[in-house]
Design a protein around this ligand. Sequence first.
Ligand SMILES: [Fe+2]
Length: 195
Amino acid sequence: MLNYSFLNINYNDKLVRNHFLKIVLPNAFQNKMFENSNVLAVKHSATQDPLIEHLNQHLMSNFGTPPISAYCLFYFTAPLPIHLDGHGNLPVTRANLNLPLSGWEGNLMNYYTENPGYVTPKALPNGRTFCDPNQVTLCDQFETTDDWVLVRADRPHNITNMDFNNPRITLSIKFKDNPSFEHLYKCLVGEPLSV
Ligand SMILES: [Fe+2]
């Protein structure tokens, strides 16, 4: 099963990096907008940022993607356990479009298969859905780059090999109606995912 795909979406990555690292992130720190002290995350609806709205139009008109529903800015200050991308009572997010903004060097994104007896974890009140590490086995791994990447988010995964002196900062985009990895792959790569 393909878990990720690096993409060329023909968008000005430098503009995105500047905007989020130099404006949005300092503003978030100043206004204490982060959700906790471990993995800091700022979440917004798509309409709250003109650059996201511009990216949204770009993706819809060039790739036929569903509208962007929300975006998160992740700032990792500690390891994140193996998890599904949970949202409290909402269904687990199936796929995200990510752009690492800073601190991606040497990071590994890991995917795990479910062992026999695996029990699907329930989301915690903070929306996170952590897996029991004894119930999963590493099956896929890739080194992250500064490219846009479509990632599967509803299978157990985590990121390791982070340098907390150079925190990993990532823009993560979600789409309306929680489309599948396969659907977004078809839009963004331009051909169906072959099994
Ligand atoms: Fe995740």
